[in-house]
Write a protein that binds this ligand. Sequence first.
Ligand SMILES: Nc1nc2c(ncn2[C@@H]2O[C@H](COP(=O)(O)OP(=O)(O)OP(=O)(O)O)[C@@H](O)[C@H]2O)c(=O)[nH]1
Length: 319
Amino acid sequence: MTRTEPTPAHRSGFACLVGRPNAGKSTLTNALVGEKVAIMSARPQTTRHTIRGIVHRDDAQLILVDTPGLHRPRTLLGQRLNDLVKETLGEVDVIAFCLPADQKVGPGDRFIAAQLAPLMTGRRAVPVVAVVTKADLVDRQTLMEHLLAVDRLASEHEREWAAIVPVSAKDGYQVDELEEVLVKHLPEGPELYPGGELTDEPEQIMVAELVREAALEGVRDELPHSLAVVVDEIVEREGTGDATKGRPPLLDVRVNLFVERDSQKAIVIGRGGSRLREVGTQARQGIERLLGARVYLDLHVKVAKDWQRDPKQLRKLGF
Ligand SMILES: Nc1nc2c(ncn2[C@@H]2O[C@H](COP(=O)(O)OP(=O)(O)OP(=O)(O)O)[C@@H](O)[C@H]2O)c(=O)[nH]1
């Protein structure tokens, strides 16, 4: 008799690596994602999240995002930035807090732990996995002591880490385990970046960014964080390219711009659509350079009310 195993549900979501400078976040991201996709690190998707890479598997899609550095604020602006960071961190599914094994838990780590503590409790608590990085640099004894110190750091705030995982991005020690732990904390859900077509992904992100830049030009104050740009599709119009004659294809690029309110929609579109046309022209030039093709750019402005407050919407919009 054959028994069919139930297929485990597909999981998808966002993880954010935080930690003081030099904690090993970038190196660990590369180890998790692999070099191929790590090139995405340079492509800002939005001012809120930078996608650093996607771990794409049959059973899960883990999207690693970045936030601006979480530092001890020295100015009011710093404070504002930290508020933004906290808001952003509150929207991810799991946080990986990196603490280097070769350095004692210090004030920088304490500051970050204090910022994370309020996020780790309440109805929308975000699990925080403590990741002890650079494990290869210390001996077993030092590693054990460090793990205990990291454990105490959570206790100081009457919290518990969702897990403590020592890793070495350099020799690959426990990187797979960390991936499992992070995936385990993702909600069940479909692929957020379909097909795992990772090579297409940077293009879409860059196209979205070019449109976003053009759309914000001159109206940044009016639309600070209220604009999300999502590339709907990039398709080649049949029979348009002819490589033998060096003729690039014509690409149809469809892009949606989401704003929060009708008044913002009016700003983006401008009188009689004049602004949107300018946005289109400006963005198209950049996109043509980027893709090395002729581009027909189709922009749609839509109102997605309160999207900033709804994590499901945010995800749909690629945040
Ligand atoms: N031996 C060893 N060195 C590591 C490991 N991970 C990172 N490093 C080194 O630690 C230094 C900092 O690593 P990064 O990945 O740049 O750290 P980061 O947290 O991204 O740094 P910031 O961008 O400043 O926040 C680099 O010189 C890395 O080569 C590791 O697992 N083992």
